[in-house]
Design a protein around this ligand. Structure first.
Ligand code: C2O
Ligand code: CU
Length: 484
């Protein structure tokens, strides 16, 4: 008998060329790009107040835990901006601990460097009791998110995450849309937060949660229109978990990866590391039916969400996903691109870093957010070796507008979702044929995998480049790229 896992591996295989069309499951999808253009030009105002807000989420099993969130009344705020609109954000740091700095990083948005929200590097961090602000016009459509960039394992661990969605990519509107934020929580049996990071976890695959959730529920249940085409924006906002999601017995097409529209992919599943997103168009079940969203990466498949159909059927004809509009990204000039190797490795030992003042999760605030130990390195350079007063050299210097191929090499037995700030990768090829060429701001490097990721140098500035398993990031697998 063929297991589902083998089936997945087989169906997802592809030939590595960056062809304009692929055959998947016998179906050929032709590339026909529609370029997205601004749909608004006014200014939207956003106020965020970072504070502790105890909550009894459904997945907490009766316990109330001291969450940290961006807004009163919403676990993960969803900010919607239309392409062309400016977003003016004011945020207040009301976090309950002295020295708990904050800044907001807009993950995946290619905005000017001084809006990127990296403490000490692109801005001074904001102290508790103080306010900060951002103002930018998001340049690309898609599903993005925002989070702080210091003491991040604790901030993610307490729920300090929000979604930012840039609208304007639909040629044909979906019948409905749902945003799913997958995140685990580290909770003890008596209902307290466990330490958000551990040396044992940081040295391996990351510190895992104990309770799973989507939108704060163990199994999220959605009431959806019947036989409809609905858009699902699925986010992995866990600091650690790798998942492989798909729909049981339903037709669904991947229409965007990290916000980037692509020729719809009819794949049985998609693997997401921390910070990765995927947009699906799903044909819901007929009246009274249910579709399940499943994580196949777990030992036993786990049902994460259920879509229960209600009302009269919306559509009859066969399921066909119209490609989203795409952004006019500069193409990577592969023939003339300079190759830059990046080797992701373990450090020889878990070298201890000189002690500063530590907070509850052991992160040393005030010295560029270092963990106590380093377990990981990029090109043999471990981030905590550098502090903001003496930043150390960039991992690479790129020229704005020039093409590069990042030769990403994972020499470890763990997966690493590699993220670059302010740019998107053009994933060209891999030593393990499992993903078609696509654009992404975070790419999952499997154990011992090697991936060629094209990059066109973007806005000048210092841009972080790191693993998004937060334990790895904070224990050395972080650096920066300088664009001049
Ligand atoms: Cu989600 Cu440094 O980023
Ligand atoms: Cu990693």
């Amino acid at each position: 008998m063929v297991t589902r896992r083998e089936l997945l591996a087989g169906a997802a295989a592809f030939s590595g060329s960056a062809a304009a069309s692929f055959a998947f499951g016998g179906r050929k999808v032709a590339a026909r790009e529609v370029i997205a253009t601004p749909i608004a030009n006014d200014t939207k105002k956003l106020f965020l107040d970072l504070a502790e807000r105890p909550a009894a989420l459904p997945c907490f099993n009766g316990h109330t835990l001291p969450l940290w969130t961006f807004q009163e009344g919403s676990l993960y705020p969803i900010v919607r901006v239309k392409l062309g609109e400016r977003l003016d954000t004011v945020f207040k740091n009301d976090l309950p601990r002295a020295g708990e700095y904050a800044s907001i990083h807009w993950h995946g948005l290619r905005i000017p460097n001084d809006q990127d929200g990296v403490p000490f590097m692109t801005q001074q961090p904001v102290e508790p009791g103080s306010q900060g602000s951002y103002s930018f016009v998001p340049p690309d459509t898609g599903s993005f998110f925002f989070h702080t960039h210091c003491d991040t394992s604790e901030h993610f661990g307490r729920g300090l995450v929000g979604a930012i969605i840039i609208e304007g990519d639909e040629v044909e509107p979906a019948d409905a849309e749902y945003v799913l934020m997958m995140k685990d929580w580290r909770i003890s049996p008596d209902g307290k937060f466990l330490p958000f990071t551990t040396d044992a976890g940081a040295a391996k695959a990351g510190t895992p949660g104990t309770v799973r959730s989507v939108n704060g529920e163990s199994k999220a249940v959605f009431r959806v229109p019947s036989s409809a085409n609905v858009r699902i924006r699925f986010y992995n906002v866990d600091p650690t978990r790798i998942s492989e999601i798909g729909f049981e017995d339903a037709e669904a097409a991947i229409i965007a990866i990290d916000g980037n529209g692509l020729d719809p992919l009819m794949l049985p599943s998609w693997r997401l590391g921390p910070a990765m997103r995927v947009d699906y168009l799903l044909r819901t079940a007929p009246p009274g039916g249910t579709v399940q969203l499943v994580d196949y990466f777990a030992k036993e498949p786990v049902v994460l969400a259920e879509f229960n159909s209600e009302g009269p059927p919306k559509r009859t004809g066969k399921f066909e996903a119209t490609p989203l509009k795409v952004m006019p990204f500069p193409k990577v000039d592969v023939a003339n691109a300079e190759q830059i190797p990046f080797i992701f490795s373990a450090t020889a030992t878990g070298a201890a870093v000189a002690a500063f003042g530590n907070n509850a999760s052991g992160i040393q605030i005030g010295s560029l957010c270092l963990a106590k130990r380093t377990f990981w390195a990029i090109n043999k350079q471990a981030w905590p070796g550098m502090d903001h007063k003496n930043l150390g050299p960039p991992l690479a210097v790129l020229k704005s507008g020039k093409s590069y191929i990042f030769d990403l090499q994972n020499t470890t037995p763990h997966s690493h979702p590699i993220h670059i700030h302010g740019h998107t990768f053009e994933i060209l090829s891999s030593s393990m044929p499992h993903v078609p060429p696509h654009r992404a701001d975070t790419v999952l490097l499997r154990p011992n995998e090697r991936i060629q990721a094209g990059v066109v140098g973007g806005e000048p500035g210092k841009w972080m480049f790191h693993c998004h398993i937060i334990d790895h990031q904070e224990a050395g697998m972080m650096g920066y790229i300088e664009v001049v």
